[in-house]
Design a protein around this ligand. Structure first.
Ligand code: FAD
Length: 404
């Protein structure tokens, strides 16, 4: 079918690494590519390399279930995720690449009185922050999703939900590819199959990286390596308060359109949406153990499908097509780290855990500003690693509890 399609324009170049760049980004996922794009576009810093050990967007960016929302509890987190949401709303136009951002709304279900109290508190906080949100009762949920079992017969009957209408899903690969093409057009070098194996550090300052393709110099380096962040921090001689866990997802055989919103349940623990291809996209929780294998255990899959079938008995005979895992870097307060480090010139953007896809544009935007100025952007500043010394944690376990 493709035989007559010749001379396609290349999406991005495949350059030979230069000896030196103004800024190096380690990690060619969505966050790293977005950072490089905004560095070039908004700060005029174009002598930038994105160094990726595999292929662009092959990490968690390509493995996630693509839920985008901004209904976080605390002001700091709400500001960060809502900043991202506003960028999502114009992203396809900005990078001239259809990221298929579909604002089909997200429901976070409540199954107990305490769930509903927490939902009310979070929606109130969201509205005070100018973020859209409503509290629905079980009848309201049933009207939105007629195929869900909202009866009293369920083991954990649905009592209601928070509803964010502007939330939704996007096409993960397109986000990585769109940012990559746009960054490349600004002159950013995208170096695939290039692994950072160490940092050149002298007198407490970074001067470059060691890679499997030789040393590359830069005095400003941003590490955006998701599940491998702890490994990179170790290479630089410090520890981050992160745990790396496998997180799994699975998709079903394609179905005719049947579910036009996103449903998440913290309590029974499962979340589901339907992709434009028709697959049901289902997310699990993290596997309890630490690990760097991009796969997880069967009991987690089984538990997730129990939850999905409990909420949607109608799906009990749908066959699953594919299952996979990514490595997520989780922080003790379920919030990311955007921070300077003990090494001058070396910055980290990590700890997004199970929920960083939704932040991709916002994370890249504020991280680029921080690298360009050498000081953390005001939206990023509360997410410094200093918070684990000062105690100014931003506890988002309630909003981030279900892996998404
Ligand atoms: P990645 O895309 O993982 O990119 C990091 C890159 O760094 C990788 O490509 C890796 O190869 C590279 N790298 C690592 N070490 C080195 C090195 N030494 N040298 C060079 N390169 C290196 N978030 C949501 O918001 N919504 C969801 O619905 C959602 N669902 C998820 C479901 C699953 C199954 C998983 C695994 C994650 C999910 N997430 C979700 C989380 C989300 O995927 C991540 O938070 C986000 O994609 C992280 O993006 P990133 O660009 O930082 O990381």
């Amino acid at each position: 079918a493709l035989s007559h399609h010749e001379n396609w324009q290349r999406q991005w170049r495949n350059p030979t690494p230069k000896k030196e760049y103004d800024v190096i980004i380690v990690g060619g996922g969505g966050h790293g590519l977005a950072t490089a794009y905004y560095l070039a576009k908004e700060h005029g810093i174009k002598n930038v390399a994105v160094i990726e050990k595999g292929w662009l967007g092959g990490g968690n960016t390509a493995r996630n279930t693509t839920i985008v929302r901004s209904n976080y509890l605390w002001d700091e987190a709400a500001a960060l995720y809502e900043h991202a949401m506003k960028l999502w709303e114009g992203l396809s136009q900005d990078i001239n690449y259809n990221v298929m951002f579909s604002q089909r709304g997200v429901l976070n279900l409540g199954h107990t009185l305490q769930d509903m109290r927490d939902i009310q508190r979070r929606v109130n906080a969201n509205r005070l922050n100018g973020i859209d949100g409503e509290v629905l009762d079980a009848k309201g949920v049933q009207e939105l999703v007629p195929i869900m079992d909202c009866s009293k017969n369920a083991r954990y009957p649905v009592m209601g939900a928070s509803w964010q209408p502007r939330a939704g899903v996007a096409r993960h690969d397109a986000v990585a590819w769109g940012y990559a093409r746009a960054a490349d057009a600004h002159g950013v070098d995208l170096l695939q199959n290039t692994e950072v194996t160490g940092f050149k550090i002298r007198d407490g300052r970074v001067y470059g990286v060691h890679t499997n393709r030789g040393d590359i110099a830069a005095k400003t380096i941003g590490c955006v390596a998701a599940g491998n962040s702890g490994v990179l921090a170790k290479m630089a001689g410090f520890k981050l308060p992160l745990e790396s866990h496998p997180l799994q997802a699975l998709v079903s055989e394609p179905l005719k359109p049947i579910l036009d919103t996103v449903v998440m349940s913290n309590h029974v623990h499962g979340y589901i949406s339907q992709s434009d291809k028709g697959d049901l996209v289902i997310g699990a929780g993290i596997d309890g153990y630490n690990g760097y294998g991009q796969r997880g255990s069967f009991p987690t899959v089984e538990h997730t499908l129990q939850a999905i079938v409990e909420m949607f008995p109608i799906f009990s005979r749908v066959r699953m097509n594919r299952q996979w895992g990514g490595i997520v870097d989780t922080c003790p307060d379920a919030c990311p780290i955007l921070s300077k480090t003990p090494v001058k010139g070396l910055f980290f953007n990590c700890g997004w855990g199970t929920g960083g896809f939704k932040a991709t544009p916002g994370s890249g935007h504020v991280f680029a500003a921080s690298l360009a100025k050498g000081e953390m952007h005001p939206i990023a500043a509360p997410f410094s690693i200093d918070r684990f010394h000062s105690g100014a944690l931003i506890d988002e376990h309630g909003a981030a509890g279900v892996a998404h």
